[in-house]
Design a protein around this ligand. Sequence first.
Ligand SMILES: [Zn+2]
Length: 80
Amino acid sequence: MMPFEKCPVCGSEMIEKEVEKLLRGGNNTAVLKVHAEVCLRCGERLYSQETVRKFEEIRAKLEHQDTAGFQPLGKSFQVV
Ligand SMILES: [Zn+2]
């Protein structure tokens, strides 16, 4: 199912984990929990194609302010 068993960056073992992913579209951001393969050594994350497609869908919705199905989660700030 996953394309990599070893980390493509450092060659270490990868484990499946639930991670938080921050997505940005336009000025909007969304946080979602997804499964990823995470490298035990360098922290590289790999997502399945299905997950990557989901990211793209959500980014497009954020860009178009189409956030009716999303739950508000506090405010986002930019610190410069
Ligand atoms: Zn690695």
